[in-house]
Every structure is written in C-alpha cells, then in structure tokens.
Ligand binder design. Structure first.
Ligand code: COA
Length: 153
C-alpha cells in the first residue's frame, strides 16, 4: 500500500457513519461530536478510508474524537497518520494540549496512543456503564472506564 496516495482533508460530503461508528457505537454521541467539532477524512483515490473529529475543549485544549480506519486498511500506519495530522492541526489552531479518550478494554488503541506520545492523564470511572445502554466487551473485557490520554504540543 502506497501511503503517498492518501490525502487528509476537512469533510465536505455526508459523514462516513460506517467508519465513525467503528470508533463509537452511539449514533447520538457521534452526531453530537460531528456538530461540535471539525471532521477530517483520509481519502485514497475516491474512497474514504479514515476519519477523526477535532473538538475544542477550551482555549488551549483540543480533543480527538471518533478516530477510525476502515477495517481492511487497518494496521498500515493510517491511524498514526491521522494522529500526526490531528497534532499539526491542533498546534496550528493554538492548542497547547491534545487529548484522546479510549476504553480500559481497548488495548491496541492504548498502545497506539502511548507510542504517539500521549500520556495517561485522567480516568473517568464507569463512563461506558453510565453513558451506553448496552454493555460493551472487547476481547472478553468489559469497557467500563474512559481513559484520557494527553499530549503537550
Ligand atoms: N492490525 C494490526 N495492528 C494494529 C491494528 C490492526 N487491526 N490496529 C492497531 N494496530 C497496532 C499496531 O501494533 C500498530 O503499531 P506498530 O505500527 O508500531 O506495530 C499501531 O496499532 C498503529 O497502527 P496503525 O496502522 O497506524 O493504526 P490503524 O490504521 O489500524 O488505526 C485505529 C488505528 C485504532 C484508528 C483503527 O484500528 C480503528 O479504526 N479501530 C476501530 C475504531 C477504534 O477503535 N477507534 C478508536 C476509538 S478510541
């Protein structure tokens, strides 16, 4: 796969829900993030293969939401490209901190974020139990707590 063929740009077409829901099974929360943040997509040829939403949390803090790569393209470094892109965008917008949250059960995402320089900064206990109607399990572990990772820009 030639990553030079991938471009990342602001969304100017209908939201790619199939991808967005890979990262968050709640359509309600996805729509909330879409309306509040800026959505970026990764395109290869005409195909949308990745997405993330950049939200402003306060003057100096941005947060990445709903980062996802189409299943058939995962494991090729596109997630890292999206994280690098979000880092540049947040810096350009004047943020001092970039953060991203994931479940205690999302072990490969936790590894990925730490590899890209994010540090565990907060634990929102029982977030997934309190905010989702159905229990979520990943590899046999229940998603209960939201782990927030932050990076100084
Ligand atoms: N296959 C192989 N390795 C994977 C993987 C997969 N499906 N998913 C993640 N990894 C690991 C690799 O170890 C890799 O590290 P390395 O290159 O140092 O070995 C690292 O994660 C980054 O891989 P990369 O290829 O850049 O990530 P990606 O393009 O697969 O994107 C996600 C990462 C998390 C965005 C993607 O897997 C995804 O869309 N998952 C479903 C949605 C989701 O969970 N979003 C995050 C919500 S918090």
């Amino acid at each position: 796969m030639n990553k030079d063929q991938i471009t990342i740009k602001l969304l100017d077409s209908p939201p790619p829900y199939e991808l967005l829901l890979l990262a968050d099974p709640s359509t309600k929360l996805v729509n909330e993030y879409l309306s509040k943040g800026e959505t970026y997509i990764a395109l290869m040829a005409e195909e949308t293969i990745g997405v993330y939403v950049l939200l402003q949390r306060d003057d100096k803090t941005r947060e990445i939401k709903n980062i996802a790569v189409a299943e058939k393209y995962q494991g090729n470094g596109i997630g890292k490209m999206l994280l690098d892109h979000a880092t540049s965008e947040a810096k350009e917008k004047g943020a001092h901190t970039l953060c991203i949250g994931t479940a205690n059960s999302s072990t490969s995402q936790i590894n990925l974020y730490q590899k890209k320089g994010f540090v565990l900064s907060e634990i929102k206990e029982n977030f997934f139990i309190d905010n989702y109607t159905e229990p979520i399990f990943e590899n046999g572990t229940q998603a209960a707590h939201l782990l927030m990772f932050s990076k100084k820009l």
